[in-house]
Ligand binder design. Structure first.
Ligand code: IPD
Length: 270
């Protein structure tokens, strides 16, 4: 029979914790840029690849027929309608520099073959440096280290602490700089912490009020978006499409509406 979201969450948690411990250990042995991807600043380290390989092995041991999509190239179609969406190290630049804000992000989604859309069933985001574990299952709420978390409600735009990211493409960065320059005078402040999955979980935990970014990939947001949604935030944007099509905006409903309008006024496709 099909596993429940709670069962999938438990497996995702076990695998993410193991992968996090592996990445911490591997970092101790030394880390350097192995290659660049979309741009010279879009980097990958050997640890990203090795951690993804470990996660893939652990998933296939437990669920050999599920699909897997990973940031570092894993793309297995599977035959169960369940797909694991994996970012072995989200926040690779932080990982490289030793800034303790990188995460292992694993989501399990229901997606029929070839479909763009999915339904997230379970999501885990682990920050191995701090040991913090964010998780959610569909309809089961969101937790941080086992305790319920909730997004901040009823924060007016003028008092909103808003996280964002800049992506890697030069054009996107120029657009974002223009958007931020218009938004910044209207809000409490901006944060650029460097790992999308942790930004989403920070909204869920009420550590920031909102988060938006353009150009994310599925692996950046699949797990964190479920955590944020289950914590009472409204998540709009991710459609499972190409990275360029995604403009993700996450906040409790009232702020979401106000921020979406402000972002549109600043020229963002919110
Ligand atoms: C990146 C981080 C970053 C975000 C980028 C992502 P990666 O993921 O989440 O915060 O701004 O858009 O690509 O490359 O470190 O896994």
């Amino acid at each position: 029979s099909a596993p429940s979201p709670a069962e999938l969450l438990e497996l995702a948690r076990t695998i993410a914790l193991q992968a996090g411990a592996f990445a911490i250990e591997a970092r101790r042995a030394g880390v350097e840029v192995a290659a660049t991807k979309s741009t010279p600043t879009d980097i990958v380290t050997a640890v990203d690849r090795d951690t993804e390989a470990l996660i893939r092995t652990l998933i296939l041991e437990a669920r050999p027929d599920d699909g897997i999509l990973g940031e570092e190239g894993t793309s297995l179609p599977g035959s169960t309608g369940l797909e694991w969406i994996v970012d072995p190290i989200d926040g690779t630049v932080n990982f490289l520099y030793g800034i303790p804000a990188w995460a292992v992000s694993i989501a399990v989604v229901a997606r029929s073959e070839g479909a763009r859309q999915w339904r997230a069933l379970a999501g885990v985001v682990v920050n191995p440096t701090s040991g913090e574990l964010f998780e959610a299952s569909e309809g089961g709420g969101a937790t941080l280290d086992g305790a319920r978390i909730e997004a901040n409600q009823d924060v007016p735009l003028s008092r909103a602490l808003v996280a964002t990211g800049f992506g890697y493409a030069a054009e996107k960065r120029r657009d974002q700089a223009a958007i931020v320059s218009q938004l910044l005078p209207r809000i409490r402040d901006i944060r650029r912490m460097g790992a999308a999955s942790l930004d989403l979980c920070a909204v869920a935990a009420g550590r920031i009020d909102a988060y938006y970014e353009s150009g994310l990939h599925a692996w950046d947001h699949a797990a964190g978006a479920l955590v944020a949604a289950e914590a009472g935030a409204l998540v709009t944007g991710p459609r499972g499409g190409a990275a360029d099509e995604e403009f993700i905006l996450v906040a409790a409903p009232r702020l979401h509406a106000e921020l979406a309008e402000a972002l549109r006024e600043a020229g963002a496709p919110a």
